[in-house]
Design a protein around this ligand. Structure first.
Ligand code: F6P
Length: 551
């Protein structure tokens, strides 16, 4: 029988609150001392990834209660609804079917009475043909030169996913092609990209589901003009400009030949679109076979998420751990710490996946939530962060759970670099767990030659509380399959959290507001009239912009 009451008034929520009080002051040092098999107990493997979640402030009872919460919120039913194509994005009346894009099974997936799988597969075949023509030099630029550069123009989900996967899979790149990502509306960025390129050997991919996004259209028009001003002719545009969009009309009006437009569908959200033709620049870089392997990795994670029992379900476990900290410890941020140069764009992508999805404060039935939802996602690549923001992780007044992410083997095994990198990763999570007591700090200072009295005065500065939770997510080596599974893992973690919180993780009305307001402000900036109609601060800033135009 489905639970329909208030989440925070439910017995299981109250039991979790009581359990939190009982465990709050327990130190993980003691938990590890008491249970030598904690690593084996709180550990799961799925789709080529391994998760050690033993360094969390949990015990058996915690996990039992969290799984009970998931059951109360009908998580399994919600997961099935998402995969089957139900309109889980209620505010836009759409399904969220990014999983169909990597469905290697033989399940038909129906949207409005139509099986979408043939079109999905046909699009991958078109991508294959396109990649084949470009990479084998069958499709050339206007002067018959082969392409050397691809500029992908798009923003948000039409940028972050492909950018992440491209950098994550750099070892698989075809060295003859350079891929550039142009997202921000910033004259400096476009200038820096185009100044190094030759129009005759440059291919543009305009990536916009809506084909109405201000930044993308501005950048696309500027690239088009640059192409025409530097040797290209109108009739050459078709050879150099392609698009990925669900808005065929607008894309053709821009001048893209219809056969060069790859489809997007409104049942794929922007932040989940890497798996569609939005992945085209990536497919060009790594080849369609590797792109398919990426899809296969995501599919393996999909099947795990869809079929594994909650207790043995990696995305569900990560979702519940997040909920444990957000809702019962009052934590409001979560750090993503990849120990891999190639994964340096992961925090930025996950910021969109998580914060655009779960940055919501109203439930799907329109009620204001009385509990916290998605945390602030932040992070950066290790070990750089250790010499910067890790200070707050270790000694700040509040704690931020961390995900340490690392491949056990490097694509570039020079000397003992990788062992050093891994040792940094492991010792950071260990230090967050262990901390340093006042007695230990005193003993350390005395051992270093300080007298006891001075050591006692200095020691409080050196105390590290420890008991700060982290996950360690590891895998043998980055590969297309592993990266596919990793990205899908986080997509599902976020979706599962949204399902438990009862919010719609698939719309983004707050972001849409920014799109509307941006246009109004632009009109005011470009006029010389005294700005009015905005708040006093915005009026003042518009005026300042107008006055500073002669610098
Ligand atoms: O940033 C908001 C958003 O709607 C994202 O969800 C999307 O990925 C991005 O804008 C770009 O939109 P489009 O692909 O339509 O240009």
């Amino acid at each position: 029988m489905a639970f329909t009451g208030s989440l925070t008034q439910s017995d299981v929520w109250k039991a979790l609150q009581a359990h939190h009080q009982s465990i709050e002051h327990e130190h993980m040092r003691d938990m590890f001392a008491a249970n030598p098999s904690r690593f084996e107990q709180f550990h799961i493997d799925a789709a080529g990834l391994s998760l050690d979640y033993s360094k969390n402030r949990i015990n058996d009872d915690t996990m039992k209660l969290l799984f009970k919460l998931a059951r109360q919120q009908n998580l399994t039913t919600h997961i099935a609804a998402m995969f089957s194509g139900e309109k889980v994005n209620g505010s836009e009346g759409r399904p969220a079917l990014h999983t169909a894009l990597r469905n290697f099974g033989d399940r038909d997936i129906m949207v409005d009475g139509e099986n979408i799988m043939p079109e999905v597969r046909d699009t991958v075949r078109r991508m294959e043909e396109f990649c084949w023509k470009i990479r084998r030099n069958q499709w050339r630029g206007y002067s018959n030169k082969t392409f050397t550069d691809v500029v992908s123009i798009g923003i948000g989900g039409s940028f972050l996913g492909p950018k992440l996967a491209s950098s994550a899979l750099k070892p698989y790149w075809d060295s003859r092609l350079s891929i550039h990502y142009l997202a921000n509306i910033d004259g400096s960025h476009i200038t820096e990209i185009l100044k190094r390129l030759d129009p005759a050997t440059t291919l543009f991919i305009i990536q916009s589901k809506s084909f109405t996004t201000q930044e993308t259209l501005k950048n696309a028009n500027a690239c088009r003009q640059w192409f025409l001003d530097n040797g290209g002719e109108e009739h050459d545009l078709a050879k150099h400009f392609t698009a990925v969009s669900s808005n065929i009309e607008k894309a053709t009006a821009f001048g893209i030949a219809e056969e060069n437009i790859f489809p997007m569908w409104d049942w794929v959200g922007g932040r989940y679109s890497l798996w569609s033709a939005i992945g085209l620049p990536l497919a060009l870089a790594i080849g369609i076979d590797n792109f398919r392997e990426l899809l296969r990795g995501a599919y393996a994670m999909d099947e795990h998420f869809r079929t594994a029992p909650l207790e043995h379900n990696m995305p569900v476990i990560m979702a519940l751990l997040g909920i444990w900290y957000v809702n019962f410890f009052g934590v409001n941020s979560h750090a993503i710490l990849p120990y891999d140069h190639y994964l340096r764009s992961l925090p930025a992508h996950l910021q969109q996946v998580d914060m655009e999805s779960n940055g919501k404060s109203v439930t799907t039935d329109g009620n204001k939530v009385d509990y916290q939802t998605g945390p602030v996602i932040w992070g950066g690549v290790g070990t750089n962060g250790q010499h910067a923001f890790h200070q707050l992780l270790h000694q700040g007044t509040h704690f931020s759970p961390c995900d340490f992410i690392m491949p056990m083997c490097s694509h570039n095994p020079i000397d003992n670099f990788h062992a050093m990198l891994v040792s940094n990763c492991l010792s950071q999570s260990q230090a967050l767990l262990q901390g340093k007591s006042e007695d230990e700090a005193v003993a350390e200072l005395v051992a270093a030659g300080m007298n006891q009295a001075e050591a006692i005065v200095l020691a409080p500065q050196k105390v590290i509380p420890g008991n700060r939770p982290s996950n360690t997510l590891y895998f043998p080596k980055s590969s297309p399959q592993i990266i596919g599974a990793l990205i899908a893992l986080y997509e599902h973690k976020v979706a599962a959290q949204g399902m438990i919180w009862g919010i719609n993780s698939f719309d983004q009305w707050g972001v849409e507001l920014g799109k509307q307001l941006g246009n109004k402000v632009l009109t005011a900036l470009e006029s010389s009239a005294i700005p009015e109609g905005f708040d006093g601060s915005t009026n003042g800033l518009i005026r300042a912009f107008q006055q500073m135009q002669n610098y």
